[in-house]
Design a protein around this ligand. Structure first.
Ligand SMILES: [Zn+2]
Ligand SMILES: [Zn+2]
Length: 445
């Protein structure tokens, strides 16, 4: 999937303010770095912007134009900084689309910039009343068997699947709302933009078991229709108390197959891709072109790896964890939801990762047996129950809905406690006050 990421919402806000206050056409540039070359196009992050002052914009009967000086300034900066260019301009209210005048200028400009900045995709977009249409041009991609980035390589051109702005709201300005009667009863809560965003976002859910099965079903009902699932467990009889995608005839079937079947029941148009489990040293390209990674795993090894991939690819990471401690009296039954949304703390900043548990993950079977003989990692699997999984996942989904609808910023950390520490009877769900991101953090610093 191709995507353009504004990981700092402030950069997009600067461009939008510039356009909202325009009397005629205005221009703004984003400077991009390439995060991933996916089969469907580039994954780019905007790391800086430049707003073109009005004295550098002229117009005549045929359209609005940038001065040579302004263009040189932008091109020279990109060349020096080793970044790509994303050009935006505004139109009046209406459907965001390139005009015929835009089209005449786009091909030569794209070719010029591709030759000037080899290996870096060129991006152009048009803004109209908050909606965006944005496309990329790229020459000689490895992915399509291209000849590298030499001048003269054939140029590919396509629209971005998503453009995301990650801040207090997770916004997808190029998502086109699709009227859908199925969503009528939730529209006021999600908003049209939030619903369109959910439909466009590519969301990876890692783990399709106890918590993952709840997560995937709820996402499908909400209208998320572009899902990536990682798991290669087969359903066991002891999973039948909690894997909500499964029935009693499904023992031995892959959990991803069960999840996909259930998602397609809810929404036959949903697009689902399934992959094997996360590996300790795998590159996992399937996680490098998504807009959100959700961890539904029960071990800090994969949790840590997921967070690393999310940090490398500048992707927000939503992590759910449940726990039942039956050694204490009363038993502690609870969980937590953490959203690592790029500007905030990561799991390591929050001291949520157990280095010993991470170390044990990915060890050979012989090594694990040796560890067990020495008393490490001998814990019996703790109890796992459907109501706890459902509660923790619903709380996480609630934060996601608040985030895409813009109702309020999502909580970074939610504590969920059913039986244990809280003295007041009744289930408690409470946001935890968290420390800001640690600038010296070994993972995200
Ligand atoms: Zn235009
Ligand atoms: Zn950190």
């Amino acid at each position: 999937m191709s995507t353009l990421k504004f990981t700092s919402a402030d950069l997009w806000a600067q461009i939008e303010n510039h356009f909202e206050q325009a009397h005629g056409e205005r221009f703004a540039f984003g400077f991009t770095r390439l995060l991933h070359d996916s089969a469907d196009g580039p994954v780019l992050e905007v790391v800086n912007v430049h707003l073109v002052p009005d004295e550098d914009v002229h117009h005549d009967r045929t359209g609005w134009y940038l001065s040579e000086t302004a263009l040189d300034r932008v091109h020279n900066y990109a060349l020096r900084a080793g970044l790509g260019i994303a050009e935006f301009h505004n139109h009046g209210p209406g459907h965001a689309a390139f005009s015929r005048t835009d089209e005449r200028g786009l091909a030569p400009m794209a070719q010029y910039v591709l030759d000037l900045l080899p290996g870096r995709p060129y991006v152009a977009g048009v803004w109209a009343a908050g909606q965006v249409h944005v496309e990329w041009w790229w020459a000689g991609r490895e992915q399509v068997g291209g000849a590298g980035s030499q001048p003269g390589a054939p140029v590919e051109r396509r629209g971005f699947d998503t453009m995301t702005v990650c801040g207090d709201r997770l916004f997808v300005p190029n998502a086109v709302p699709q009227p859908d009667p199925r969503m009528g009863r939730q529209e006021k809560l999600l908003t049209g933009e939030g619903q369109a965003a959910l439909g466009a976002l590519r969301i990876a859910v890692v783990g399709a078991g106890g918590t993952g099965s709840h997560m995937l079903i709820q996402l499908a009902y909400l209208g998320a229709r572009n899902l990536v699932i990682l798991d290669d467990d087969l359903l066991e009889e002891t999973n039948l108390n909690r894997v909500v995608t499964a029935g009693h005839d499904d023992v031995g079937t892959a959990k991803t197959t069960l999840a996909e079947r259930r998602i397609k029941d809810v929404d036959p148009c949903a697009h689902v891709r399934t992959y094997p489990r996360l590996s300790v040293d795998g590159e996992h390209p399937e996680l490098r072109d998504v807009d959100l990674i959700i961890g539904c795993v029960d071990h800090d090894g994969p949790r840590h790896r997921l967070m690393q991939i999310a940090l490398e690819t500048r992707t927000p990471y939503l992590d759910v964890a449940t726990g039942v401690d039956d050694d204490s009296t009363p038993a502690q039954v609870g969980g937590r939801v953490i959203l690592c949304a790029l500007s905030g703390p990561c799991l390591n900043c929050l001291d949520e990762l157990d280095p010993q548990e991470i170390g044990r993950w990915g060890k050979s079977t012989e090594q694990q047996e040796l560890d067990r003989a020495h008393g490490y990692g001998t814990n019996e699997p703790s109890p796992s129950v459907v109501f706890l999984n459902g509660l923790v996942v619903s709380a996480a989904i609630g934060e996601l809905v608040a985030w895409v609808s813009g109702a309020r910023p999502p909580a970074t950390y939610l504590d969920i406690d059913i039986v244990g520490m809280a003295k007041t009877p009744g289930t408690q769900v409470a946001p935890r006050k968290v420390t800001p991101r640690d600038p010296d953090c070994l993972e995200c610093g």
